[in-house]
Design a protein around this ligand. Structure first.
Ligand code: PMP
Length: 284
C-alpha cells in the first residue's frame, strides 16, 4: 500500500513525492534530519527532536522553514494518514535546490520531507539476545554534533559489521570509543557505574541518551560521562547502546570478546524497561 509522504507543504502518495536533481541534499549532503519513534500512535520525545533539529539548522546557517508547532502538526497528520501504530517518522530538511556551487545559495527555499516507516520497535529479538559489535576507526568529519545526512561512513561501518557476522560497529578515535554507527555507546563497570562519552563535537547529542541518563540518575544509578577504551569495554560488566529507534539495546560481544556473562545484563534490561515505561507515559 502506498504511503502518504509530506513534501514542501503537500501530502502526496509516495510515487508522486519528488525533489529536484539540483537539491543540495542530493549534490552536497547539505541537509539535516531527525528520526522520531511512534509507539501506540504517539510520538516519543518529539520536543527533544524538534529542538535538536533547530540547533542543527542554526549551526549550518540554514533557515528553519517550519515552526515547532507546524512540525508537530505534520508528524501527527502523517501518523493519522498512514494509520501508523508503531514505527518511525523520518524528517529531512535541506538547503534546497540551486545551481551547483560550493557557496551557499542566498535565495534557495529549503526542502522539507517527512515520511513514515512502520516497524515493530518495542518487541525486539535483539533486546532479548543482545548485539554483537566490532570496533572500527572513526574517520567521520569533526562536527558529529550536527545531525547531517552525510551517512556514508556509518553505512560502511554497518556493512563491515555485517561482513564480520556482527550487528553494528563502535567507532574509535584517539584510542577512545566515540559512538556507534547510529547510536550512543555505554558500558557498565564492575562497580556498577554507567559510563558514556561526554558531550562535545565528537558525538551526536542523542535524545535517547539525555532521557536514559536522566532516568538512570533518578533511579540512583551512578553515571560518569567520560571516554572509555575498547579494552575497558571488553572488561566491563555490561555494555549497551541507545537511539530513538532502538531505545536501550544490550551489547554482549565486542570484537569477538563476550562482555560480562555474554548475555543482556540487568542494568541495560532495567534501563530499557524504565525508558519504555516513562517515555510511553510522556508520549504525545
Ligand atoms: N549517534 C549517532 C551517530 C546517531 O546517528 C544516532 C541516531 N540518530 C544517535 C547517536 C542516537 O541519537 P538519538 O537517541 O537522538 O536517536
Amino acid at each position: 500500500m502506498s504511503r502518504t509522504v509530506y513534501v514542501n507543504g503537500a501530502y502526496l502518495p509516495e510515487e508522486e513525492a519528488k525533489v529536484s536533481v539540483f537539491d543540495r541534499g542530493f549534490l552536497f549532503a547539505d541537509g539535516v534530519y531527525e528520526v522520531t519513534s511512534v509507539i501506540d500512535g504517539k510520538l516519543i520525545d518529539f520536543e527533544g527532536h524538534a529542538k535538536r533539529l533547530a540547533r542543527s539548522l542554526a549551526e549550518l546557517e540554514m533557515p528553519n522553514p517550519v515552526t515547532e508547532a507546524e512540525l508537530l502538526e505534520i508528524h501527527r497528520e502523517l501518523v493519522t494518514r498512514n494509520d501508523l501504530d508503531e514505527g518511525m517518522i523520518y524528517l529531512q530538511i535541506t538547503r534546497g535546490a540551486a545551481d551547483r556551487d560550493f557557496a551557499y545559495p542566498q535565495d534557495a527555499e529549503p526542502t522539507v520531507v517527512l515520511f513514515t516507516q512502520a516497524r515493530s520497535l518495542v518487541d525486539s529479538p535483539a533486546a532479548r539476545t543482545g548485539m554483537k559489535v566490532i570496533s572500527i576507526p572513526d574517520i567521520r568529519w569533526g562536527r558529529r554534533d550536527i545531525k547531517t545526512v552525510q551517512l556514508l561512513y556509518p553505512s560502511m561501518g554497518k556493512m563491515a559489521a555485517k561482513k564480520a557476522g556482527a550487528d553494528d560497529a563502535w567507532m574509535v578515535e584517539g584510542g577512545f570509543v566515540t559512538e556507534g554507527t547510529s547510536n550512543n555507546a555505554y558500558i557498565v563497570t564492575r562497580t556498577g557505574k554507567i559510563v558514556t562519552r561526554h558531550l562535545g563535537e565528537e558525538i551526536l547529542h542523542g535524545i535517547t541518551r539525555a532521557a536514559v541518563l536522566r532516568f538512570a540518575r533518578e533511579a540512583q544509578m551512578e553515571v560518569e560521562e567520560r571516554p572509555f577504551t575498547i579494552a575497558e569495554a571488553q572488561e566491563a560488566e555490561e555494555a549497551f547502546i541507545t537511539s530513538a529507534s532502538t531505545f536501550v539495546m544490550p551489547v554482549v560481544e565486542l570484537d569477538g570478546t563476550p562482555i560480562g556473562t555474554g548475555k543482556p545484563g540487568p542494568v541495560a534490561t532495567r534501563l530499557r524497561e524504565i525508558y519504555l515505561e516513562e517515555t510511553r507515559k510522556a508520549a504525545t
